[in-house]
Design a protein around this ligand. Structure first.
Ligand code: 3H9
Length: 706
């Protein structure tokens, strides 16, 4: 079957795009659409046209794999213009997701019919782009400037019902939900026939009443999104393009859009964001796991521990409709935990995200228990108890007694050896780590930690489950801190040392905040609680870590300043406030410690702090990769962007290193290693890749083809 086929029904031609998996607008599709349109323009037997799609969705956008390669004509704007300029009505039949260039094609059509469960969107901004085939010009004309700003600057998916209320659709039909689209196509054909007398209604010729869209209006909008768009290049270009739409006729607006689109396309952010897009889709590919690998059914989940973590983890499953039994040892703790969960849902309700009935339905999926035996019918049991091996040992020995055969037993540990945890059961193949990030109901990252004995079907099940509960699940091997926290330790080391060697905490934090991190590392330590690192160091023994870097932090904890939770840490906090304020007392502690250690304080520049922090992340990332504890460099990028707030527009630390060039990275690491050999042992993988003139991306590609 051709990528764009034609069926004639009476005097209506139905063009069907068939380019699995998502009908992306590859060269063949653009060419096919244009050729068919050109032929139909002069075909007197056809008086109206329907644009439909085969498979699981309407066109989901331009073909991202073609970006960065020379464009093969026809361009998408040419195709969309050709559709809009057709002398006979053209109707789009939309189901699944009409995204990006796909929605632009639909906007080029004169009318649109949608399935009720369809979604539309212009998500280009998430790829560092703007809708470049007229989307910024046509969408405001049809949906209004406010709605266009909302949709294009956020890139979010919009339900057909909402889009219908904005005037995007001319009719909705019943949900398709993976079934047949024949009723949708029938409705589109009927509308096409109905519109023959009226003829085309080009979106581009619709007028925008721009009296209220003055500079102040756009300035107000910019301010309203400033926090979410900080550091990103594309959102501002999107706003300027929509501003152009509100002031200029289509042809001139299209010119403005093209210039802004090219500025985005050539900005490094777009390459980084496209890298993230594909990286997130790679994480599910696990060597040795195929479609044929059996999966276990997860119909009921048990959670041990109703603290913040346990409750948050439980919410993920309940939100996906999976009932949860949550175990605590004390009635009081159980009640407290369930109250926190209810409170979270009620806050969502207040923000209009859930109805009372939905809150009640979700709470009904929770069962609280004080007895391990109540977990005996669970298909997956996750423990989220205190981080101590003896406690984990007790929990897993007990689970081994009560869990049914075939149940998956998971630990949410952040650091502990899961091989050892598994050894406390008689079924180590059923054991793995499911490391959620706090707050567990919000953070997208899930590290799926495979032990030396985890069975393939257990791993495959959990990889699928991650997607089902809306997480991005990255598989890691067992090592101290797995991927994310192992790298975080090196990053924290750099910032702790920078402070004792001469910078103030706020200088270190500002450098990394300005780089794009949501907060600096020292603010983050205050937030997480300084006592965690303190206890960890106490258990390690002074000979096993860099005391110079951390003694000042230990002093702070010993002053009773454990961080935000007690209103004082590295920073001061006003009563009830989460805003860190520089502390004169702490600066004295730091200066005193520097003097005690005989350090002559000298400031590093913000650039130096950022560079050292990145080198620390990359060097550790490369060790993790070289040891096979991560499958891909891009998996590491996904971990850092989704679990630690690394700015996605920089593509993750490994992509960042590729952009620097691994030869440059190696030279810098070697210099650091000469000065501080203990801290900066160069990762052998960086030495090897740099010697071969290769990048981490090349390493990933080579491994994928093995
Ligand atoms: C654009 O349109 C620019 C224009 O404005 C201007 C031009 C001048 N291209 O996500 P999934 C692949 S920018 C190529 O796992 P789901 C994907 O890599 C584009 N490939 O499925 C994966 O491949 P594989 C604006 C694409 O059901 C497979 O399809 N559009 C594209 O969870 C399945 O994907 C977007 O940004 C693409 N456009 O979600 C939409 N899209 O199996 C991007 C997907 O080999 N796409 N693939 O790993 C999505 O958001 C989701 O894929 C979608 C389906 C919601 C459609």
């Amino acid at each position: 079957m051709s990528v764009v086929s034609k069926e004639i029904r009476g005097n209506v031609a139905i063009l069907t795009v068939n380019n699995p998996p998502v009908n992306a607008l590859s060269h063949a599709v653009r060419d096919g659409l244009l050729n068919q349109m050109q032929a139909l323009a002069t075909d007197d037997t056809v008086q109206a046209i329907v644009v439909a799609c085969a498979g699981r969705t309407f066109i989901a956008g331009a073909d991202i794999t073609e970006f960065g390669k020379p464009m093969q004509a026809p361009s998408l704007p040419t195709v969309v213009d050709a559709i809009e300029n057709m002398p006979k009505p053209v109707v789009a039949a939309i189901f699944g997701t009409a995204l990006g260039g796909g929605l632009e094609v639909a906007l080029g059509c004169h009318y649109r019919v949608g399935a009720e469960d369809a979604k539309i969107g212009l998500p280009e901004v998430k790829l560092g782009l703007l809708p470049g085939a007229g989307g910024t010009q046509r969408f405001p004309r049809i949906a209004g400037v406010e709605n266009a700003l909302d949709a294009i600057v956020s890139g979010r998916h919009i339900s057909a019902k909402q889009a219908n209320s904005w005037g995007v659709f001319d009719g909705l039909v019943d949900a398709v939900a993976g079934g047949s689209t024949s009723a949708l196509v029938d409705a589109a054909v009927a509308l096409a026939i109905e519109k023959i007398p009226a003829g085309p209604r080009p979106t581009g010729q619709m007028e925008i009443d721009n009296s209220k869209y003055d500079e102040a209006f756009f300035a107000g909008f910019r301010k309203s999104v400033a926090r979410q768009t900080r550091g990103y290049f594309a959102p501002e270009q999107c706003i300027q393009a929509i501003e152009a739409a509100s002031r200029l006729p289509l042809a001139e607006g299209m010119e403005a859009e093209r210039k802004l689109f090219m500025a985005c396309m050539t900005n490094p952010q777009s390459r980084a964001l496209q890298h993230m897009f594909f990286a997130e889709r790679q994480v599910g590919r696990i060597p040795g796991i195929t479609k044929e690998t059996p999966r276990r059914t997860i119909a009921k989940v048990g959670i041990i521990g109703a603290g913040t973590m346990g409750g948050g983890i439980a919410m993920n499953f309940v939100n996906a409709g999976i009932p949860v039994t949550i175990l605590e040892l004390q009635e009081e703790a159980l009640e407290r935990g369930l109250k926190v969960v209810r409170g979270n849902y009620e806050r969502s309700m207040k923000r209009g995200k859930l109805t009372q009935a939905q809150v009640d339905d979700r709470m009904a999926l929770f069962t609280g228990t004080l007895e391990y035996e109540a977990l005996s019918d669970c298909d997956l049991i996750i423990e989220a108890v205190f981080e101590k091996m003896e406690i984990k040992q007790q929990v897993f020995s007990k689970l081994d007694e009560v869990a049914k055969e075939g149940a998956i037993l998971a630990s949410n540990t952040s650091y502990l050896d899961i091989d050892e945890i598994a050894s406390y059961t008689n079924r180590p193949g059923d054991v793995l780590g499911l490391h959620f990030f706090s707050p567990a109901n919000v953070m997208r990252l899930l590290e799926i930690v495979r032990t030396s004995k985890t069975a393939d079907d257990v791993l495959a099940t959990c990889v699928g489950l991650a997607k089902q509960i809306g997480k991005v699940g990255v598989v890691a091997g067992v090592c101290h801190g797995f991927i994310g926290n192992r790298m975080l330790a090196r990053y924290g080391h750099v910032s702790a040392l920078a402070v004792i060697e001469g910078n103030t905490p706020q200088e270190v934090d500002a450098a990394l905040f300005d780089f794009g991190m949501p907060m600096g590392p020292l603010t983050m330590s205050d937030m997480a609680g300084l006592d965690i690192g303190y206890m960890n160091r106490q258990s390690m023994g002074r000979e096993n870590y860099d005391t110079t870097a951390y003694d000042w932090q230990d002093k702070i904890v010993e002053l009773g300043r454990k961080g935000l939770k007690v209103g004082a840490g590295i920073y001061d906090y006003d009563e009830g406030s989460r805003v860190p304020k520089p502390s004169a007392e702490i600066q004295q502690v730091i200066d005193g410690e520097s003097a005690r250690l005989g350090i002559t304080r000298a400031k590093k520049t913000a650039e130096e702090i950022v560079e050292l922090s990145m080198l620390a992340l990359v060097n550790e990332g490369a060790k993790i990769l070289g040891e096979g504890k991560a499958y891909r460099a891009s998996d590491i990028d996904v971990v850092y962007a989704n679990g630690y707030g690394f700015p996605p527009y920089r593509g993750g630390p490994m992509h960042y290193a590729d952009i620097m060039g691994l030869d440059v990275v190696l030279a810098k690491l070697q210099a650091l290693s000469t000065a501080k050999p203990d801290m900066w042992q160069v990762a052998p993988l960086i030495e090897k890749l740099a010697a071969d003139g290769k990048s981490f991306a090349a390493f990933d590609r080579e491994n994928a083809s093995k």
